[in-house]
Design a protein around this ligand. Structure first.
Ligand code: AMP
Length: 428
């Protein structure tokens, strides 16, 4: 075993998987930018206080943060999520509202690593700051849905809930608190601790011991004010209008203390239930204010890249892209000709690779086959003298050769100066 390996919960993403990651972000960027969202790129490291504003009832903040004091004596943390950073950026730059942004990047949480749960993982997401409209919630939810469709995923379920207005929520939390306190003995020790910080989060517990008490808990729907009820109905009407199916889940409260009204989650039906949340989000208030900005409405979501790709594998969609080069240059004259040819081919828009270390013809042809290229462009001493190259088809599956070429083993001598034109015809 080598002396150094990746830390637990952290992974190297190698080709061709890395190309799939890049395409994932590309597909997401396309969906978001066609809806008027611009990208925010913010630092991976922020003042610890930025994340502490997310509240002390979330494990993400209290237990899982990678924080340390830097050489300048600042207490900083690697971001565990991006909503707080986006809100901090909003306060710092005061853009025109509604501010519609998308993001991508790695997050860091000191969790127990397992399939679909890592200590460094990637997300894509969107946030809209400065608009309070149920149809904006619909837009946000629909973009996530559209993105999964763009990947080809079918086995996704949308869960929807509303936490009501802050007042509704406060009355509900009080009722929940009373309910859980009356059944304290039946709750798991972890949930008893959570209860002291935020009774809502007890609803998040997936521990079997808590299931019965949670099932008997008061329902948020009984606490909605008329405004909250109207907002929730409008969100549902918008989703119906777009034919996006959803299930109302009254237990969906999500992590942030700041969530109000709409919350939602996308579940991957092929994944294990403990890690089946592909992404989620909701409407939040107060976060911008707590970071020193004006009272500002926010709504957004974050989707996990790692888990979504696991779901893609399960459904056999969005496979790693083929990244084979088109042309492989084989040069048995010493390698300088390959320097010129690869540069020329790349400049003409082809993807081209070559072998190094002046290997034998046989060894270079092996490398050419491995590369997945459609053609080998071969140059030996004879060709160099004649000012030609040999173009040899490598992929019998594509079979681009004409019958005359087939008689010659498929290969063809081409004047050096005609190579690019020749390949342009052969490689559409
Ligand atoms: P959250 O920010 O906790 O709402 O998470 C949003 C999404 O990020 C989740 O639905 C997951 O897909 C993904 N996610 C969160 N934590 C992890 C993790 N530790 N490892 C991999 N993906 C994660």
């Amino acid at each position: 075993m080598p002396e150094f390996q990746t830390s637990p919960g952290m992974r190297d993403i190698l080709p061709p998987e890395s190309a799939r990651w890049r395409r994932f972000v590309h597909v997401f960027a396309d969906v978001a930018e066609r809806a008027g969202y611009g990208q925010v790129i913010s630092p991976m490291l922020e003042d610890l206080g930025v994340f502490q504003r997310l509240g002390d009832a979330t494990d993400v903040v209290t237990k899982e943060m990678y924080d340390f004091v830097d050489k300048g004596g600042r207490h900083v943390a690697l971001r565990p999520e991006l909503t707080a950073s986006v809100c901090r950026a909003f306060v710092q730059h005061r853009p025109i509202t509604p501010w519609k942004v998308w993001y991508t990047g790695s997050q860091f949480r000191y969790e127990k690593p397992q399939r679909g749960r890592y200590r460094q993982f990637d997300q894509v997401g969107i946030e809209v700051l400065g608009a309070d409209d149920p149809y904006l919630d619909v837009e946000v939810i629909a973009l996530g849905w559209e993105f999964y469709r763009a990947l080809g995923l079918q086995q996704v379920r949308l869960l929807l809930n509303s936490l009501g207005e802050p007042d509704d929520r406060a009355r509900y939390v009080a009722a929940l608190q009373a309910h859980f306190e009356a059944h304290l003995d039946a709750l798991s020790p972890e949930s008893r601790t959570t209860l002291q910080k935020n009774p809502l989060r007890v609803l998040d517990s997936k521990r079997p011991q808590d299931a019965e008490v949670i099932a008997a808990a008061p329902r948020i729907a009984d606490f909605y004010s008329p405004d909250a009820a109207a907002h929730f109905e409008a969100v549902q009407a918008g989703l119906h209008a777009l034919d996006i199916p959803f299930t109302i889940d009254a237990k969906l409260v999500r992590g942030l203390d700041y969530y109000r009204r709409t919350t939602f989650e996308y579940q991957g039906l092929t994944l294990d239930s403990a890690q089946n949340a592909l992404g989620g989000g909701g409407r939040y208030d107060g976060l911008v204010e707590s970071l020193g900005g004006p009272a500002t409405h926010g709504v957004g979501f974050a989707l996990g890249l790692d888990r979504t790709l696991l779901a893609c594998d399960d459904e056999g969609v969005f496979a790693p892209p083929v990244t084979d080069v088109q042309v492989f240059v084989v040069d048995t004259t010493g390698g300088l000709e390959a320097v010129r040819l690869t540069a020329e081919l790349r400049a003409a828009g082809f993807s081209a690779d070559r072998a190094f270390e002046n290997r034998s013809m046989k060894s270079q042809m092996k490398a050419a086959d491995r590369s997945g290229a459609t053609f080998a462009v071969i140059v030996g001493t004879n060709e160099l003298e004649a000012g030609t190259v040999v173009v040899r088809p490598l992929r019998s599956d594509l079979d681009p050769a004409s019958s005359a070429e087939k008689q010659a083993g498929g290969q063809q001598a081409v004047p050096r100066n005609d190579l690019i034109d020749h390949l342009k015809k052969a490689l559409p």
